[in-house]
Ligand binder design. Structure first.
Ligand code: G3I
Length: 383
């Protein structure tokens, strides 16, 4: 839809302009540099090249490495999104019940804001890395503590998080397609939807994601997640995105792209959230294939690698990242950059161009009903 041909009811009365300007500023702050056409470094760094395709390219970051000059230099040059590797997890943010500690997470958010990067929040609820006090709770006491945790942390970071991994790794491995047993699961099967509703109330602007591993192809586990997302969408549970961790070995599932697409077809964004791939003869090829798969799925909004240099990785023995331990670009880096740069610089229709917004007005009352980005694809709805 062109600005000039907006229907009459979409025109902005004076009194709403100030609101819209403020709203636009806030959205740009949260949404960071999704589209950076004309950037001098377009095509030469991961972040700029991804932005040319309307996507972000991020890395997992531990706060203590921000003072490592080589690490921060690569991060700031190449990436336009960050995920705190451990600093926003339950054990880090609420070490004692109702005593919150945001030091590491705040450091990463400040760094991101200073460098125009978006932040993926990771993670509000997970069966692992729970503080000892939570591990010893069960039943209603645990459920209440968990939802209080979601409320407090999401409220602390309200307006600063692009997407939250609200729930992480809640499905079992193997062929059952069922939920994983955990203390959280034992509080009742509805714990995940309650967490999503609680997160939405605390931070309405953040995209709310479910995140898991071994869900990278069509298999029993990913189908279990798929069925949950389909159910949530049908019942109005607020879920916006699904994260595919993509900790990969030496083969990529042949249906990797098709799997992303089937989730996107449910009406959620998809994101590659923790990408790392064993070094071997296939590493560069596989990185390129993952990148192409994301670019081919309109609602795949971005890719995050789980670290920057091989030496930063939780699986450093596999040398699974895009930069070697000395910070040099690996062949896998070049393969990703080339894949991002292939086919020109036209952004796909899905992601939002934050340069212009429309307010949809009620014809009779003149009240704002909804706000849309300049792209009116369903992914652009931001109420
Ligand atoms: O914070 C303590 C520190 O106080 C202590 O001195 C030190 C001694 O070992 O341990 C520190 O905690 C470690 C923590 O990372 C922070 O460095 C834990 O032992 C260690 O287990 C933890 O590992 C993290 C792991 O999640 C926890 O399960 C990894 O760094 C992190 O990369 C990894 O990330 C996960 C994602 O969150 C979810 N998906 C899988 C991914 C890889 O496992």
């Amino acid at each position: 839809m062109k600005h000039q041909s907006r229907p009459a009811q979409w025109r902005l009365p004076q009194r709403l302009r100030a609101i819209l300007i403020l709203l636009t500023a806030a959205l740009v702050a949260v949404g960071a540099p999704l589209v950076t056409s004309g950037s001098a470094s377009a095509g030469t760094t991961l972040g700029a090249s991804a932005a040319e395709k309307g996507r972000y390219f991020g890395a997992a970051v531990p706060a203590f490495k921000l003072s490592d000059g080589q690490f921060a230099g690569i991060l700031d040059r190449e990436f336009n999104a960050v995920t705190p590797e451990n600093e926003m997890k339950w054990d880090a943010t609420e070490p004692s019940q109702n005593q919150f500690r945001y030091t590491g997470g705040d450091q990463i958010v400040s760094h991101a804001q200073a460098h125009n990067m978006r932040v993926r929040g990771h993670t509000l609820l997970w069966h692992a890395q729970q503080p000892g006090w939570a591990q010893s709770l069960s039943g209603t006491a645990l459920r209440n503590a968990a939802m209080n945790h979601v409320t407090q942390v999401a409220t602390h970071y309200r307006g600063q998080i692009y997407a939250w991994d609200v729930v992480n790794e809640a499905f079992a491995d193997g062929g059952s397609g069922a939920r994983r047993d955990s203390n959280l699961q034992r509080t009742g099967n509805d714990w995940i939807e309650v967490a999503f509703r609680t997160a939405r109330a605390a931070d309405p602007a953040a995209k709310l994601c479910y995140n898991d591993y071994n869900t990278d192809g069509v298999n029993a586990k990913s189908t279990g997640v798929y069925n949950m997302v389909r159910d949530f969408k049908s019942r109005g549970v607020p879920i916006d995105c699904v994260g595919f961790q993509s900790h990969l070995g030496t083969t990529l599932p042949g249906d990797y792209q098709a799997n992303l697409q089937r989730f996107a077809d449910l009406g959620v964004d998809v994101q590659i959230t923790e990408l790392d791939i064993s070094q071997g003869s296939n590493q560069a090829t596989m990185y390129a294939a993952v990148t192409r798969a994301c670019l081919a799925v309109t609602r795949c909004t971005g890719i995050t690698t789980w670290g920057v240099r091989d030496s930063d990785s939780w699986r450093s023995g596999d040398n699974p990242l895009l930069f070697d331990g000395s910070g040099n670009k690996k062949p896998a880096y070049t393969a990703v950059l080339n894949a991002l740069n292939a086919g020109g610089t036209t952004p796909p229709p899905g992601p939002v161009d934050t340069s212009a917004w429309y307010v949809l007005l009620n014809r009779n009352s003149g009240k704002a009903l909804d706000v849309y980005g300049a792209s009116t694809a369903d992914g652009a709805r931001i109420t």
